[in-house]
Design a binder for this molecule. Structure first.
Ligand code: ADP
Ligand code: MG
Length: 685
């Protein structure tokens, strides 16, 4: 990785200092600096074996894209030299026409630009120098996930600095959001994976009857590792470390065959790049070892799905975590302002947070008794919740005689970072010095969640700063603001069990939104209040928001369509033929038992059950085919078609699965045309 240490060692000192300023303080990059960096970076990459370079970017299909060019140039006298100029470092022009743009760019205007993001280190992988870049259209609109993330980090820094200045901080130059993304995944044997068309095409099992044992014995979580899994984790760590990705923790998760990898936190931007790379490397390492790594949110029905815990905090460039409760009363007033700003942000923009985790895959996971529900709430823990209540009433409790609580005078209790005081069911939990957003799906880019958290917190801080900057008596106004925020936003705090049905009712009574599915959540992106928010902070323009709205809906429709087509194919070409064979065996058996004048009723019974279910399966498969044909002829807008998928296609898919899974439990396992849950979940030896 072309990291700070390498830059410091290799760049001339004045150039290094200027580049650092750009990276840390967000100042514009000078042309001469870029020229030197390009030259030094090329030499460094060639020493590492690189022959090519690529502008690496993150289009809105959630994965990364790259186009490789060699460093090779030919001279007039026929020789070959290597060359890499600042122009090549700073700007690329990939053909953008095949990436999703949500109507932003007509195909005849296919040009797109990639622009070097010097805040995320370049790296060498597979003999290629990878340069992290932002991707935009010819007319300058963001076509990727990185651009809004970088813009949101600027917005957040600007607003957080206003608050810090008010509290007398004159030295901090930039505030960054830091992120550590814990990544869950499943490992299955590749030989089974390759026999499952549903896993190959959709990443999840569309069929599969539940084995007698699932995760009920809780014998897998943090359990000791099977040797192939342990070897995978070791090799994964090695590959990640080579790229400068600080993988730190590896362990088994709750479901059989489920595991987790967690890195040390970095800036939101680098953490996002590194999480994208981590997912890619996980798949490659698995493949190399005869395994398949599943990153889908719900690869298996009946056991836990996989998420990504997005740990988020705010840190100053001088290394101070703003969400860490302080030691002095003044520090604590500042801590509480930041804490309550996050509460305010989550409460006022819960819909956007819900949007940030919306995907067809994550719909199977959220609220499925294993993952947070679609309702967004915040866990604060008892101690902090007490403090919020004290702010509200203005009365300090817990110390015998009630007295007036004045933040800025009274010191907060020292908050314990107590591991037993954890609430694993909360979607957005405060864990001592950071918030953990647990609803992000395992396959999703964390860019969306983070640009949304950054923007909504920037807005909350902005409103608070607007007030405090006008205050005549600052301390008094801080107390007043804290009190008002506590009263207004405590409804978003929920420390109880988020998985239980009573919470749904309670949340409704509190007026919290419950956007159950992706299709319910996507439209909030283009609501007036949200368009205003993103425009105000320069994160996304109305045009960019509309394009993202379209892309998300189209993504959803395409996902459901592919899943339905895969089900139809598997049912028609694998399951029904297997059932027909079994029916034939049963019928012949029944006939031959009859010739013996013996009782054939038990075979007859089996025959009838399999016959009826197969007939139901046939009808249901045909019905699903018709629905897909209707979808393909549907010329309504994307929202109407997405609703059609949700309301009229998914229920038939669910029915289809029920018939097939019942058949799986009846048909001779030697005839069953694909590996079962037993082999997938327990078949790794
Ligand atoms: P746990 O979730 O069990 O408390 P850790 O506290 O070690 O585990 O952290 C989990 C993840 O949170 C790790 O990826 C870690 O790097 C990250 N993390 C820790 N501190 C911060 C922070 N200040 N900002 C962002 N992420 C953080
Ligand atoms: Mg955690």
């Amino acid at each position: 990785m072309f990291n700070d240490a390498v830059m410091k060692e290799r760049l001339p000192n004045p150039v290094y200092k200027k580049l650092r300023k750009t990276i840390i303080e967000g100042l514009p990059l000078e042309q001469e600096v870029a020229e030197v960096v390009a030259c030094v970076m090329k030499d460094w990459a060639i020493e590492k074996g690189a022959t090519h370079y690529t502008h690496w970017f993150q289009p809105m299909n959630g994965i990364t894209a790259e186009k490789h060019d060699s460093f090779l140039f030919t001279t007039d006298d026929g020789r070959a030299i290597t060359e890499f100029s600042s122009k090549q470092l700073i700007k690329g022009e990939p053909d953008a026409s095949s990436f999703p743009s949500g109507g932003l760019r007509a195909t005849f205007e296919a040009r797109g630009y990639t622009a070097w993001d010097c805040t995320s280190p370049a790296f060498v992988k597979d003999r290629t120098l990878y340069i992290p870049t932002a991707f935009c259209s010819y007319t300058g609109e963001a076509l990727d996930l990185k651009t809004p993330l970088l813009r949101s980090m600027d917005a957040l820094s600007k607003q957080a600095l206003r608050i810090l200045r008010l509290f007398g901080n004159t030295t901090t130059k930039r505030v960054v959001s830091t992120v550590g993304a814990e990544q869950e995944y499943f490992l299955v044997d590749k030989k089974y994976f390759m026999q499952r068309k549903d896993l190959i095409y959709t990443g999840r099992t569309l069929f599969g009857s539940k084995p007698p044992k699932g995760q009920e014995l809780e014998d897998h979580y943090f359990g000791n590792l099977k040797s192939r899994v342990a070897q995978f984790m070791r090799e994964l760590d090695m590959e990640l470390w080579k790229l400068g990705i600080p993988a730190k923790t590896e362990h088994n998760e709750a479901a059989p065959a489920q595991h987790e990898v967690a890195p040390v936190f970095e800036t939101a931007n680098i953490a996002t790049d590194h999480n994208q790379l981590t997912m890619e490397i996980m798949k490659k390492v698995a493949d190399r070892m005869g395994l398949a790594c599943l990153l889908h949110e719900k690869p298996f029905a009946g056991v836990n799905g996989s998420g990504k815990h997005n740990n988020w905090s705010l840190t100053t460039d001088d290394g101070y975590n703003l969400l860490k409760p302080g030691k002095t009363p003044a520090d604590n007033a500042q801590f509480l302002i930041f804490l309550l700003a996050v509460l305010k942000a989550v409460d006022e923009y819960a819909d956007l947070l819900r949007f940030s985790i919306a995907s067809a895959g994550n719909d199977h996971r959220l609220g499925a008794n294993e993952a947070p529900p679609a309702i967004i709430s915040v866990f604060l823990g008892d101690e902090l919740t007490d403090i919020i209540e004290m702010l509200e009433t203005g009365v300090a409790r817990n110390n015998g005689n009630n007295r007036h609580l004045e933040i800025g005078v009274a010191t907060l209790p020292v908050l314990r970072k107590d591991t037993t005081d954890r609430n694993r069911t909360s979607p957005f939990a405060f864990t001592g010095n950071k918030f953990e957003f647990r609803s992000v799906g395992a396959s999703q880019s964390i860019a969306t969640a983070n640009f949304i958290i950054n923007t909504i917190v920037a807005e909350a801080l902005c409103q608070i700063a607007d007030r405090l900057e006008k205050a005549e008596d600052f301390k008094k106004e801080v107390n007043e603001v804290l009190k008002e925020l506590a009263i207004k936003h405590k409804r978003i705090i929920f420390n109880g069990n988020n998985y239980c049905p009573e919470w749904t009712k309670e949340a409704e009574a509190r007026g919290l939104p419950n956007l159950k599915t992706t299709v319910d959540a996507i439209p909030c992106l283009i609501e007036e209040k949200n368009i205003k928010l993103f425009e105000k902070h320069g994160v996304l323009t109305p045009v960019e928001l509309h394009s993202r709205y379209e892309i998300q809906l189209e993504n959803y429709i395409k996902t459901i369509r592919i899943e339905a087509l895969t089900m139809i194919e598997i049912s028609n070409r694998q399951i029904i033929p297997a059932c027909v064979k079994y029916i034939n065996i049963l019928a012949e058996t029944a006939a031959s038992i009859k010739t013996l004048n013996a009782d054939s009723s038990f075979v007859q019974g089996d025959l009838e059950r399999v016959l009826n279910l197969t007939s139901d399966l046939r009808k249901c498969t045909d019905k699903l085919s018709n629905q897909i044909a209707a979808l393909d002829n549907d010329s309504r807008d994307s929202l109407a078609r997405a609703k059609y998928c949700k309301d009229l296609i998914i229920p038939i898919m669910n029915d289809l699965r029920v018939y097939a899974d019942k058949l799986e439990a009846l048909v001779d396992e030697k005839l069953w045309p694909m590996p079962t849950y037993t082999e997938l979940l327990f078949g790794l030896v």
